[in-house]
Design a protein around this ligand. Structure first.
Ligand code: GTP
Ligand code: MG
Length: 425
């Protein structure tokens, strides 16, 4: 079974709690506070598994939870950080927010991606000793790890896509020009899931070709295997539109091309305008007196390139590979989808029930709100990028405006859950 869309839920680990503890040593009475900090929760990290091209592994496992950080201990003992949980996905997997459908990340390169950050560990009581508070009986709780509902969607990474009716010889062509060995047989819908093959054109050069199940008229409405497999040629730079010109199945290649292009259009206008080369296959069994002039005129009128091949004898395939690699040189690279998801927006979205309050005590403004507790648990204010993220979020969420409205001016102190800074407009 081929699986290319799954829903999963992921949660990063919670931070461990800080400890309340006091130094105990022989001959030392009233030792100071020495409660250690809790460890950070593990992150949820996605990484590409080059060997796989299905999401089947997610069929039976849908919940992924990274390890929590351990609590701090006495004698300044720092709790261990939770281990990151690494989730392997095939190259070309889109990670989407299940609720909004927004793309969070396109896993098209080798870089691992941190999808959910673990919660920060809480501080132990040793941080809270002050000259006037020498016996702090409290420590901080660890912050909750981020959680998300995700949809994983595989869109294979291929330069070239083979399209056409069933049985026209798409898989035969792929098996001839690449090292892929897809199933080939003389019946319709032999290919039930996409196949990828690398076509070598030199020592270091080549292109990736995808063979997908055949399309038929009405595929957009679910006929045959439907058109969902077109997703795997969405990124392709060039389409090879294969037709059987032998007439062995009594079909008309002009009619076939029109029908397939209509189905493509129904799936995506954009995909239907992708460059196509028409590959006229099965020339080995073409009758010597066949008249292909109408067919050739039709191709001409549409401005497509035409190439005659035989996957059975190999005739024309070398020319085809050469032509494709020449055309690819002129075409834009494989589509990589931009992220449509901004964590700032997620934090800053104005949900109902999201309340931010500002309380003034002399020249200090205390900002409070449930969502800010989560935010403060996730950001690391010693880290420049994290701090910049924090600033963007509070700006977008309207906290700065709210502070101004409450009379906060340059030089006043702002306190957000113990993080203090000077207000600067
Ligand atoms: N004589 C001849 N037969 C061919 C040629 N190419 C493919 N065939 C035969 O046509 C039949 C279908 O070939 P496939 O490669 O499985 O066709 P397909 O387009 O992948 O078909 P589906 O996977 O069902 O969509 C097989 O029996 C092949 O041996 C060719 O150039 N000449
Ligand atoms: Mg096939």
């Amino acid at each position: 079974m081929f699986i290319d869309i799954v829903k999963i839920s992921v949660k990063a680990g919670d931070g461990g709690n800080g400890a309340v503890s006091f130094r105990r040593e022989k001959y030392v009475s009233h030792g100071g506070p020495d409660g250690g900090d809790g460890g950070r929760g593990g992150n949820i990290v996605f990484s590409v598994d080059q060997g796989s091209n299905t999401l089947l592994a997610f069929r039976y496992k849908r919940k992924f939870v990274a390890a929590n950080g351990l609590p701090g201990g006495g004698a300044k003992f720092h709790g261990a950080n939770g281990q990151d949980l690494i989730i392997k996905v095939p190259a070309g997997t889109l990670i989407k927010d299940a609720e909004t459908g927004k793309i969070i990340k396109d896993m098209s390169d080798d870089q691992p991606f941190i999808c959910c950050h673990g919660g920060r560990g809480g501080w132990g009581n040793r941080h809270f000793a002050t000259p006037t508070r020498q016996v702090p009986m409290f420590a901080k709780q660890g912050a909750a790890g981020e959680a998300k509902e995700l949809q994983l969607e595989l869109k294979m990474l291929a330069d070239v896509g083979l399209i056409g009716f069933p049985n026209v010889g798409k898989s035969s062509i792929l098996s001839r020009i690449s090292s892929a060995r897809p199933k080939i047989a003389d019946y319709h819908f032999t290919t039930l899931s996409p196949n990828l093959g690398v076509v070598k054109t030199g020592e270091e050069s080549g292109f990736v070709t995808a063979d997908i199940p055949g399309l038929i008229e009405g595929a957009a409405d679910g006929a045959g295997l439907g058109h969902a497999f077109l997703r795997h040629i969405d990124r392709c730079r060039l389409l090879l539109h294969v037709v059987d010109v032998s007439g062995i199945e009594g079909r008309d290649p002009i009619d076939d091309i029109v029908k397939i292009n209509t189905e493509l259009k129904k799936y995506s206008e954009e995909l239907s305008s992708r460059p196509q080369i028409i590959v006229a296959n099965k020339t080995d069994i073409l009758s010597p007196d066949a008249d292909l002039s109408a067919f050739e005129n039709f191709i001409d009128e549409n401005g497509w390139e035409l190439i005659y091949v035989s996957a059975a004898t190999g005739d024309g395939l070398e020319r085809l590979v050469h032509l494709v690699s020449e055309r690819l040189k002129l075409l834009p690279p494989i589509t990589v989808y931009e992220s449509e998801y901004s964590p700032e927006d997620e934090y800053a979205r104005s949900d109902e029930g999201r309340i931010t309050t500002v309380r003034r005590e002399n020249d200090t403004f205390y900002v409070e709100g449930e969502w800010l507790v989560n935010l403060m648990g996730q950001v690391n204010l010693d880290d420049y990028e994290s701090l910049a993220f924090f600033q963007r979020v509070i700006q977008k969420a309207g906290v700065i405006d709210l502070l101004e409205k409450k009379g906060c001016i340059d030089g006043c102190t702002v306190n957000i859950y113990d993080f203090e800074f000077d207000f600067v407009k």
